[in-house]
Each structure stands twice: as structure tokens, then as C-alpha cells.
Design a protein around this ligand. Sequence first.
Ligand code: AHR
Length: 342
Amino acid sequence: MSKNGWYRLGTAALLVSLLVFTCGCGIFSSVAVGEADAHEEENANLVVVGFSQIGSESVWRTTNTVSVQEALTKENGYFLIFNNARQKQENQIKALRSFISQRVDYIVFSPVTENGWDTVLEEAREAGIPVILLDRMVNVEDASLYTTWIGSDMEEEGRKAGRWLEQYLKIANRQKEDINIIMLQGTLGSSPQRGRSSGFMEIANKYINWHILDQRSGDFTIAKGKEVMEQILERYEDIDVVVSQNDDMTFGAIEAIEESGRSVGRDGDILLLSFDAVRDALRLVEEGKIAVDVECNPEQGKYLAEVIGMLERGEKVEKAYVVEERVFTKENVSGYMNSRTY
Ligand code: AHR
């Protein structure tokens, strides 16, 4: 049962403002202003959720958005107000304030970067609206500013990549060689960038012969990944490993590497370690172009619905829910190809 009883779609004015605010989400597109009354009763019992998504920078992100939209449907008892922040924290803060003024039942958001959320989260708390963090984390003084978080252990993902490299060099009998490494980082200050960097570095710091030549941000996109990789290839002749913090940057990096006349893969010039494990990347794992892909699971909508359900029933929820993830290499990937939908 929705807690903010007065938040209903009875007036045309409110409906129009929602239409403008949620432009692009498609949820309201079939509801004409004149039909508002007919929907009023039907909507009265829906749980209203405002969801501010970071943007649509990657295949992972689009899949994450769809998974939330498919879980929080009217049929399942939800009224979802979706906002795409287009990679800007200021847009997310605006969206959160708009959710607060609309007195939604829950605010869900995936913060683009970790810092700078204290004030707006205070405002949500004052309005009595529980906040659920999805995918990425915030760095706040007071952890009670959010109710719970559902996402991936990004630091562990970084460690998994480091451990794979450790094992690979051991089996290839290259433990004593100098290993020159480039880190293609995601959006600076974001949870995946921070977590994957520190997790990988935890392993890398054990080896004096692993040299981090450079770390640069490709912002989690194909275009930026390619552009940054091109600059790196011009600057460094001898690169053994590229740790690319998501698959989209990896696609761009592969293009740049191949266009420069170098090759990727275990038998090639550069070994590529990637994150996410979307279907097109798994194909490249199968082909041998990506050496290892550490999964980051975007299908979080069902967990989100479960957690909101618990809160609606007045049940206690955990402070953090970590989703399950695997590691894909040439050795195991074929078994997963058919079931990968994104
Ligand atoms: O926060 C998850 C990361 O964000 C994914 O690795 C990346 O693809 C996305 O843009």
C-alpha cells in the first residue's frame, strides 16, 4: 500500500508535469490527459517510485534500466517515474528534488559519482522518503541517509581481474618478466572506477615487476575508450596488459589497438582484461580477443522489487545486497553464450 496517499494522478496538471519530467521513458505515453480519471482508482494503490538513472553510456547501463522498468510495472503494483540524468550529477540532484516535491513513496538512484549527496539526501530524509541506492554507492558522513544499497562488489571485481592475471602469468611461466600495464578507467570518482582500481591494485602491489604505465579515464564509453587508447598507443611502445574497466571501453580499445597494427589476445601483443561481460564481449572472449571478462550483473530490477516489497510489508532490510557474479575466460565462456540476453 502506497504511503503518500495524496500522491495520485487525479489532476491533468500533475499528469502533464509528469509527462514533461519523464520525457523519454515511455511509461506514460499511452495515457492521455482526458483518460486521467479512469486511471485514478487504478493508480491509487500503486507504489510510486522515482528512479534517477545515470544515463545510457553502456550496454550494461541500458540493460540495468530495462531490468528496473520490467520489474516495477503497473501489473506488479508500481508507478515508476524514470529520469535519465545523462551523466550529470546536477541532473540527478534536480531529479531527486523533483521526486521529493512529488512526494514519491521511494527514491531509487544510481549515483554517477560517490561524493556530494549529503544535502539532497538530508532533504529526502526530512520528507520521510526512503532512498534505495542501486548499482553505485554514495560517500556520505551519515550512512542512515540511505535505507539500503543493491549492487556489485566492485573492489572484488578488481581483485578477480588481478588474480586472473597473477595465475595466467604463473601458468605461462612469465612471473619474472616486467609486465607493463595500462588502466583504462571509468568515470573518475564513480564506485566502479574506485573499486575496480583499488581491487586490482591490491594484487598488482604484490609484484615489483608489474608496472602501471598510465591510468586514464575513458568514461565507460566506446568512443572515449578508443580515443584514450589511441593516445596511449602513441605514447607507449611496450604495453603488455590493458585493464579496461568496462566492455564498452574495451570495444573502443580493441579498435584502436588493431588500427595501430598491434594485436590483442593471449598470443597477441596486448592482453585485455575487461569488466561487465555483456554478450558481444563474451563473443570476443570466445574468439580470444578479450582474455578475461569479470562479470558485473546489471539485472538488479528483481532484487529492487523484492526489497521494496519487504519495506512495504514493514520488514527489516539489510544495509547492503550484493549481486552474484562470475568470471569468464575462453575455457568456460561457451556454456554461457546461449543464455546471455544482453
Ligand atoms: O556501475 C556499473 C558500471 O557502469 C558498468 O561497468 C559500466 O558498463 C557502466 O556504465
